[in-house]
Design a protein around this ligand. Structure first.
Ligand SMILES: NC(=O)C1=CN([C@@H]2O[C@H](COP(=O)(O)OP(=O)(O)OC[C@H]3O[C@@H](n4cnc5c(N)ncnc54)[C@H](OP(=O)(O)O)[C@@H]3O)[C@@H](O)[C@H]2O)[C@@H](O)CC1
Ligand SMILES: [K+]
Length: 490
């Protein structure tokens, strides 16, 4: 697990470190780390001596990092051109050092565009943690001229460092090198950051508890329920799946199957697709109504449920059952439309798993601002607090927010998971984890991780769509992977 801190928290942590280190030392540490990554990237194309790097230098300390990195690259035989976007405000010490190291300094935009066109690597040092809004002129013209790899210094310029959002023009980096701590942009907008390298500049002891955390394979593998010698089908947790319909039984079959593959606990199914579920998954005990389903340790409710009276009655029944509940799809629409159902859920171990559209319906009747397009971490955190349930907001970066303020982000590598039925698989996996005893925040985080890995495995080679049934089929391999990681780390 690693932490993610806001730009403000990082700036606060920097203060005491700046105060006890010689002037400029922190920036030199950061710049050294950036130069190391740049040299590695250049070396991928052959010898670095004689290559040409262009540094796009903004008005603040981010530009200072870029200039000092340029100084180190000069010492390694790399040709360096610094293009100053705000010539009067470029970091004075960094600029003087680059000139001394015989780096070329350009202030004319046309000359800068020509240099960018000839570069082997561009360092984006336009703006870092103080950046707000899209790129300002003349940065867009220079960025548009890039035809080579880009290393973003701290964060890709034009992408909001706190929220990862992009409004206008922004840099798309091949890689990003960041300092002291990862910031939200690095997990919320992987597509713009590329591979992220963290350089230690000694902030660790000064950082508060991380407001956002990211699970790794070892965390997930350790948390995954593994049966011991004394376990049987009941002790691993029985999950009930209340999903599907006679018209669209696919959701029920996908969710029940995913639940059966996720843990060794038993799966019960209750709903109008009992026949189809039984045919596809003989190990699932299927009945027509939740009232006849028998005892379960958690319910997964919603996919294909319908949003009419029957669906509402089923949701009310499972919310009153006194066990953890995973609510997805139609169950989310029902919750959004009924204060009575929301009251039954509030304060209980309930995990809701909306995509953007379902999230809008979920919060439609609540007071306050919930805008995932502006800040998805903040929106999920507020919704969880207002509803008294754990919210897993699906998307390219999945956010899991608990009502007590804890937030997990799972940065997915691609958007191929946004496919029909994919959410049903996630429901089944998360429901099985709830039944096995994981609390909703962990169940959501572990399910999102394994779901994304299963999509990667199910797709085979990257770069192509993966249908939900392939995601489901790959769940065991994804579990094997995280368990192997946990065993290797123990
Ligand atoms: N403190 C330290 O020692 C360390 C700091 N470190 C480094 O410092 C960075 C933070 O530096 P920082 O605070 O100086 O701000 P920074 O991100 O360079 O930007 C400020 C300038 O950008 C401008 N600007 C704003 N938005 C813009 C846009 N969209 N497009 C274009 N321009 C825009 C804005 O202009 P203004 O609004 O003032 O006109 C302002 O002048 C941090 O990311 C890390 O790299 C590391 O070296 C570790 C040690
Ligand atoms: K930058």
């Amino acid at each position: 697990m690693y932490g993610v801190w806001t730009p403000e928290q990082v700036a606060t942590a920097e203060e005491p470190v700046l105060a006890r280190t010689p002037e400029g030392a922190l920036m030199r540490r950061a710049a050294h780390g950036a130069a190391q990554v740049a040299l590695r990237m250049l070396a991928e194309g052959g010898p670095v001596v004689g290559t040409h790097v262009v540094v796009l230098v903004g008005a603040g300390n981010n530009g200072g990092d870029g200039l000092w990195a340029g100084v180190e690259l000069r010492r390694r035989g790399v040709g360096v051109t610094a293009v100053l976007l705000a010539p009067d405000r470029a970091h004075p010490a960094g600029l003087a050092a680059l000139r001394k190291a015989r780096g070329r300094v350009v202030t004319d935009v046309e000359e800068g565009v020509a240099a960018v066109g000839r570069a082997d690597l561009v360092l984006d040092a336009i703006v870092g943690t103080s950046g707000r809004g899209g790129l300002r002129e003349p940065a867009p013209r220079l960025v548009a001229a890039i035809g080579c790899s880009v290393l973003a210094i701290d964060s890709p310029s034009g992408v909001d460092p706190l929220t990862g959002t992009v409004h206008d023009e922004a840099v798309t980096a091949t890689e990003t090198v960041t300092f002291g701590a990862r910031k939200p942009v690095h997990v919320l907008n992987r597509a713009r950051c590329g591979l992220v390298t963290l350089v230690d500049i000694g902030l660790g002891p000064e950082l508060p508890d991380a407001p956002v955390r990211v699970l790794d394979a070892v965390d997930v593998g350790r948390a995954w329920p593994v049966p011991g010698p004394g376990d049987d089908k009941y002790t691993q947790g029985v999950v009930g799946v209340a999903a599907g319909s006679a018209v669209y039984p696919g959701a029920a079959v996908l969710a029940s199957g995913a639940a059966a593959l996720a843990t060794s606990g038993m799966v019960r199914y209750a709903g109008s697709a009992a026949h189809e579920v039984r045919a596809a998954w003989p190990e699932v005990v299927a009945t027509d109504h939740v009232a006849d389903a028998g005892r379960v340790q958690a319910w997964a409710v919603g996919p294909g449920l319908g949003t009419g009276e029957d669906g509402a009655a089923t949701l009310a029944h499972v919310l009153d059952a006194g066990v953890p509940v995973l609510a997805d799809a139609d169950a989310i629409t029902l919750l959004g439309a009924s204060s009575d159902l929301r009251a039954r859920a509030a304060g209980n171990p309930v995990l809701v798993t909306p995509h953007a559209g379902e999230f809008a319906r979920l919060v439609a009747e609540l007071d306050g601002e919930f805008d995932p397009a502006a800040d998805r971490v903040d929106a999920a955190r507020r919704a969880a607090a207002a509803l008294g349930v754990t919210v897993l907001l699906k998307g390219n970066a999945t956010v899991v927010a608990a009502p007590d303020g804890r937030v997990l982000v799972h940065p997915a590598g691609s958007s191929w998971l946004a496919t029909a039925g994919s959410g049903d698989v996630l429901s089944g996996v998360a429901g099985a984890l709830l039944a096995a005893g994981l609390e909703p925040w962990w169940a959501g985080g572990c399910a999102a991780f394994v779901h994304a890995r299963a999509a990667g495995i199910g797709a085979g080679r990257p770069g192509a769509p993966v249908p939900a049934s392939h995601v489901r089929a790959a769940v065991p391999d994804a579990i094997r992977e995280v368990r192997a990681a946990a065993l290797a780390a123990s």
